[in-house]
Design a protein around this ligand. Structure first.
Ligand SMILES: [Zn+2]
Length: 307
């Protein structure tokens, strides 16, 4: 081996080491992540609720991290939701869907992409759902639909408000029409919640897109959003390819879509805002029912007097 071959071999080793360092798995297992000023310690980010102290980027978080922030560390009950039969269409693309599901479960320690819990803010019991982007892009399929419906049922049975932390790229193509039908199922379930006069709050987080935007994420009584969250139906690349024009900066970010959200709330203020709003909404609800009772009583006494 001459000296040129040696140098080339050494260069290849360094190149492969750099390449290996950059894999998603390595980043996930490392103590570091990156943001505007380059590498940042995950611990530092965690102390700031996974929000960058320099650029205020609200990094994506997992359902457990979300509920820890909202309700206090482990201060909520996680429900086991029904899991329908895996891979009903026997789907395979570059990999079998069954394998993708297996990997997602291993990666997230969740059976499906949506977690249902019950916790409290200001002594108000709340049923809540949140999705994990690491579970196949938090896409919605039969199991996630079951989880959502389980949450709504729990809210109705226990007369609690329902909070949805929305995230996800849309309906899962591997379950085709079965996934799409979750748009109707979740919409019908939300109607049942509304018939009970129970508040339905949505917090839009990055990214909320596709069928998720076109169904349960846009049906809230009040819509919050985290700063910088992407809220879209079709993706920017598809739109750019269709209109053949450069899209403006910040396209599809919630700041540019003020008509779709009522409030943009920083992560650190979310719990307090939800608590205040629910106190007002629930008081209003009880006032309405008191009024209804009064009306019934008045009607009864009027009827009595008339007879
Ligand atoms: Zn940053």
């Amino acid at each position: 081996m001459n000296w040129i071959t040696k140098i080339i071999k050494a260069g290849e080793k360094i190149k492969s080491a750099i390449h290996k360092r950059a894999t998603k798995e390595d980043i996930a297992n490392s103590d570091w992540t990156s943001c505007c000023r380059g590498p940042i310690l995950k611990k530092e980010l965690e102390e700031n609720l996974w929000v960058c102290p320099d650029c205020n980027k609200h990094h994506r978080i997992k359902p457990r991290q979300r509920f820890d922030i909202l309700f206090g560390k482990n201060n909520y009950e996680i429900f086991k939701t029904p899991i329908p039969k895996d891979d009903p269409l026997n789907w395979s693309d570059s990999k079998p869907y069954k394998d993708r599901l297996k990997n997602a479960r291993k990666k997230t320690d969740m059976n499906c992409g949506m977690m249902v819990v019950c916790g409290s803010i200001n002594n108000i019991k709340i049923t809540a759902v949140a999705s994990d982007f690491d579970f196949l892009g938090a896409s919605m399929a039969a199991a996630e639909g079951e989880a959502f419906l389980y949450g709504i049922q729990h809210a109705i049975e226990n007369q609690t408000p329902f909070l949805c932390i929305s995230a996800g790229g849309g309906m899962r193509m591997m379950e085709s029409l079965i996934s799409l039908s979750q748009m109707t199922r979740t919409t019908l379930a939300i109607n049942e919640l509304k018939k009970e006069n129970l508040p339905y709050l949505v917090c839009i987080t990055d990214p909320t897109a596709g069928g998720i935007t076109a169904s349960y994420a846009m049906l809230g009584d009040i819509h919050f959003a985290e700063p910088g969250a992407l809220l879209a139906f079709a993706g920017a690349r598809v739109i750019q390819g269709t209109v053949k024009e450069e899209l403006p900066e910040g396209f599809q970010r919630v700041e540019k879509n003020p008509a779709f959200v009522d409030l943009i709330v920083e992560r650190k203020d979310l719990s307090e805002k939800i608590g205040t709003l629910l106190s007002i909404l629930l008081k209003k609800n009880s006032d309405i029912s008191t009024d209804e009772n009064e009306t019934t009583e008045n009607t009864q006494s009027l009827t009595k007097a008339a007879s």
